[in-house]
Write a protein that binds this ligand. Structure first.
Ligand SMILES: Nc1ncnc2c1ncn2[C@@H]1O[C@H](COP(=O)(O)OP(=O)(O)OP(=O)(O)O)[C@@H](O)[C@H]1O
Length: 303
């Protein structure tokens, strides 16, 4: 797989505050990469460095193997960028706005006209002839993505595209980003971890100026796995029989018909449960080892 974005040893400070510390990352072509971090972690800063809007103190950023230089737009031909707070001309319609943006890039009139129709269909705004000022936040984000994709970028960068949206708007944007994957590589930042779990091929976490890669997150996940077992019973009366189970070694969380057991070795725990269930002849609805959620891991990393 070709590398589209390469960030090597990048550091960046604002005064005495070092926001990025020797950052190393790579984005492979055709993937959707989720970029996670708490508020103020430095996600926007890194994205602005990638698009050449902020200078870096040291290191190198390469896009399609071309070095990014502060305020030089040579590498911006490869990028579509949707900032966290996109600005629009409220009195324009979507078509007028995209035409305005396309004209600036010097696209030919016929190509632009086809491209506008294609993009508006992609973001499902083709039937809207309202002015942008009357758009919902979700519609504005979708228009922003259409605009960012107008010049067929190799990499689409979206800064917190779902943060200000309600669940319906968020779902629409996530589905759109997933669709867009057929046309370009996507890097998007978020602090909503379930968004990343839903659509991303890879993820990375920015914490205290350093990147924790998707591979490291997976390792963390593996080390946290195999520690919890969920048991769902057919009825609540059977749950009472668990008073005789060895809770001392396997403390459990209890609900009406389910129990979550904690242990150092989930396989052993599962075996002990199987034995107990067989001896007591308790019917089972579900018995499974629980995977930790990204939210659990995030809490683990940042605590
Ligand atoms: N131009 C600037 N001058 C001084 N400090 C800045 C500047 N831009 C960002 N910072 C600081 O750098 C840190 C990282 O900010 P950044 O906006 O990159 O975080 P973020 O991860 O995008 O957060 P959010 O999710 O809140 O947008 C913050 O402490 C912020 O105050």
């Amino acid at each position: 797989m070709t590398t589209i974005l390469e960030v090597s040893h990048v550091s960046k400070s604002f005064g005495s505050q070092q926001v990025l510390k020797n950052i190393e990352m790579e984005v492979k072509e055709g993937t959707v990469l989720g970029f996670i971090g708490k508020n103020g972690a430095g996600k926007t800063t890194l994205m602005k460095c990638i698009v050449g809007m902020l200078p870096i103190d040291s290191g190198e950023i390469r896009l399609a193997n071309v070095p990014v230089t502060f305020r030089k737009n040579r590498t911006n031909q490869f990028i579509g960028y949707l900032p966290d707070v996109p600005a629009f001309y409220d009195e324009m319609t979507a078509v007028q706005y995209l035409k305005f943006c396309g004209d600036i890039t010097g696209m030919s009139a016929s190509k632009l006209s086809n491209k506008i129709s294609e993009m508006l269909a992609l973001v499902e705004l083709e039937s809207s002839n309202k002015s942008i000022g009357s758009y919902s936040r979700g519609m504005k984000q979708r228009l922003g993505i259409a605009q960012a994709l107008l010049n067929e970028p190799k990499l689409l960068i979206c800064d917190e595209p779902t943060s200000a949206l309600d669940p319906v708007g968020r779902k629409e944007i996530l589905e759109l980003l997933r669709r867009v994957k057929n046309q370009t590589t996507v890097l998007f930042s978020t602090h909503i971890l379930s968004d990343v779990e839903k659509i991303c091929d890879d993820m990375m976490l920015l914490h205290e100026g350093k990147i924790i890669s998707g591979t490291e997150i997976e390792k963390l996940k593996a080390s946290h796995k195999k520690k919890q077992v969920l048991l769902e019973l057919m009825n609540s009366s059977d749950r009472e029989k668990f008073t005789e189970f060895d809770y001392q070694n396997h403390p459990a969380e209890k609900n009406d018909t389910s129990l979550i057991f904690q242990g150092e070795d989930a396989l052993q725990l599962q075996q002990a449960l199987f034995q107990f269930l067989a001896v007591k002849q308790i019917p089972v609805k579900k018995l499974m080892i629980l995977e930790p959620s990204l939210e659990d891991l995030f809490q683990e990393v940042v605590k």
